[in-house]
Write a protein of this length. Structure first.
Length: 133
């Protein structure tokens, strides 16, 4: 019988500003933040590469849609609404053991607002100026 993927409950790992590669101890994946871009129909797109460090495939539901927050005018973190459509490339097939794939998600905010932001994927939070990662 094939062993199943077993995520661990862990506290989120907050990366230091400027760090663009992180290992998620709960999902046993490596996440490489690859940058930001402009959405086809407005908004911003965030690009990441995910590597499965497990010895079993990573299921498509291993993590929720990533959450983007930006610092608002009051200095508070505000969650940004996702944009559906073709700018999104989620994990739609299981990711084989040791394999890497490029993923991307679109959000309803301008690229310029990403200078003070947090992007959480799985148990990893990238922090700071996402345009410079």
């Amino acid at each position: 019988e094939t062993p199943a993927f077993e995520p661990q409950q862990v506290d989120p790992v907050l990366m230091d500003e400027g760090e663009d590669v992180a290992e998620d101890p709960g999902l046993n994946i490596r996440v490489h933040f690859q940058g930001t871009g402009y959405g086809t129909n407005g908004g911003s797109v965030i690009y990441v590469a995910v590597t499965n460090l497990n010895e079993v495939p990573l299921p498509t539901d291993a993590f929720e849609r990533p959450v983007l927050k930006i610092v608002d005018y009051d200095g508070d973190l505000m969650e940004i609404e996702p944009i559906e459509g073709d700018d999104n490339i989620p994990l739609d097939l299981p990711l084989g053991a040791g394999a890497t794939t490029n993923l991307q998600w679109a959000y309803n905010t301008s690229n310029g607002s990403l200078w003070a932001a947090q992007f959480q994927i799985g148990n990893v939070i990238f922090d700071g100026n996402l345009n410079n990662l």
